[in-house]
Design a protein around this ligand. Structure first.
Ligand code: 13P
Length: 252
């Protein structure tokens, strides 16, 4: 049985004081929640402050990105070991904004996935198609390619610790959410891809989150689908009540 996992991706939002206040509020509200894993992924400059605000709570810390090298002359980059040092448990890798705005390739993401796993971080690996790709019937081709490329060389044991986030690009920040059926179809296909590459038990254990305009109003329908194991939440994760409303809609 997969345990639901709701993560908030704060993206490049908030300031130090509001990040800490939100984290404290979530840590408080999370006391009333059971049976679901929670994480928040603040901007990297606030990781330390947020780590302190959620220390000892049921809310885990995640980062939004990292670099694959261990250390050295890589100006502006942050290593997996640095994220571990700050108390991160998760790291989002291959988010569509990094793929499409910052030009990250599957190859680069793959190096990061390996480095994250080596350091003991659990990667949340994002995949998702553009609207034009969906409309031309290429959804699973694109997602299959992103999956194979981003997760090249990953063992079955490693795969079981990875979280996949299916985030259709056309649903991110647009208010245009995938229907539960559209999302479930892709999640089920992704699980089949995992089964073919690994085996039934790995496919059954990997958690696949949905992301893209998830809100308290649509969360229960999405999260009620058999292969949707949680959500990666952008905009609605910036308000404690909205985020916890989504958590309430999970199977936990
Ligand atoms: P929104 O929830 O704002 O659509 O963002 C989704 C997302 O990109 C989470 O990583």
């Amino acid at each position: 049985m997969r345990r639901p996992f709701i993560a908030g991706n704060w993206k490049m939002n908030l300031d130090r004081a509001s990040a800490v206040a939100l984290a404290e509020e979530l840590a408080e509200q999370a006391k009333r929640v059971d049976g679901v894993d929670l994480a928040i992924c603040p901007p990297s400059v606030y990781l330390d402050a947020v780590a302190k605000a959620i220390a000892g709570s049921r809310v885990a810390l995640g980062a939004q990105n990292m670099y694959h090298e261990g250390n050295g002359a890589f100006t502006g980059e942050i290593s997996a070991a640095m994220l571990c040092d700050l108390g991160c448990k998760y790291v989002i890798l291959g988010h569509s904004e990094r793929r499409h705005v910052l030009g990250e390739t599957d190859e680069a993401i793959n190096k990061k996935v390996h480095a994250a796993l080596d350091a003991g971080l659990a990667p949340i690996v994002c995949v998702g198609e553009l609207l034009s790709e969906r409309e031309s019937g290429q959804t699973m081709d694109v997602i299959g390619r992103q999956f194979e490329g981003s997760l090249a060389g990953i063992s079955a044991e490693q795969m079981a610790t990875i979280v996949i986030a299916y985030e259709p690009v056309w649903a991110i920040g647009t208010g245009r959410v995938a229907t539960p059926q559209q999302a479930e179809e892709v999640h089920l296909d992704l699980r089949k891809v995992i089964q073919q590459r690994y085996n039934e038990s790995v496919a059954e254990s990997v958690r696949i989150q949905y992301g893209g305009s998830v809100k308290p109003e649509n969360a229960a329908d999405l999260l009620g689908q058999p292969d949707i194991d949680g959500a990666l939440v952008g905009g609605a994760s910036l308000k404690a009540d909205a985020f916890m409303g989504i958590v309430a809609g999970s199977k936990g």
